[in-house]
Design a binder for this molecule. Structure first.
Ligand code: GNR
Ligand code: NI
Length: 172
């Protein structure tokens, strides 16, 4: 396993659409393991391929409580197959937009189809934080960030803050 560098906005790779995975092989399994290690190290509750510069449709998640035992999930080619009409608002953050948070409205419940690390297809229903996180991660695969749901004014404010923060970090 290896830690990978997490890309930060405005990296253009975060705005690109990712390619579906054609075969779940050892290379993909290695990427998924590296992504989980990188996510736990950050720490975060989800991570998508493009955040480490892998332009493939792969995501990992773990929304378990600190007190619960870890519940890592690996998804290849995840798709939302249905969504509830009911929506909820979560304060979202993103490892590619460090230290910035904003309320985002999304469907409360979603149906998700994906392949596991052995290429086996699954369909699950997700709600609560898991549903929010899966939608946030699948958005990354389409080049969409949570700030894209905000006004242009708020989005630009957040981008400026992140760029200033990164500049300060580099010169420190
Ligand atoms: O760690 C993360 N927390 C989070 C909180 C609310 C909604 C979504 C997320 S995902 C984020 C990690 C990340 O950037 N994944 O792409
Ligand atoms: Ni994110």
């Amino acid at each position: 396993m290896a830690l990978r560098e997490i890309l930060i906005v405005p990296d253009p790779r975060l705005k690109q659409e990712c390619e579906p995975v054609s075969e779940v092989n050892d290379e993909i399994r290695q990427i998924l393991d590296d992504m989980l290690e990188t996510m736990y190290d950050a720490p975060g509750i989800g991570l998508a391929g493009p955040q480490i510069g892998v332009m493939k449709r792969v995501i990992v998640l773990d929304v378990s409580d600190d007190k619960e035992k870890p519940a890592p999930m690996k998804m290849v080619n995840p798709e939302i197959i249905w969504e509830s009409e009911d929506v909820s608002v979560y304060q979202e953050g993103c490892l590619s937009i460090p230290e910035q948070y904003a309320d985002v409205e999304r469907p409360v419940e979603v149906g998700v189809r994906y392949l596991d690390e052995n290429g086996k297809e699954h369909e699950i229903e997700a709600d609560g934080l898991l549903a929010t996180c899966i939608q946030h991660e699948i958005d990354h695969l389409d080049g969409v960030l949570f700030t894209d749901y905000l006004s242009a004014l708020k989005r630009n404010m957040i981008l400026k803050k992140v760029m200033k923060l990164q500049k300060a970090k580099k010169s420190a």
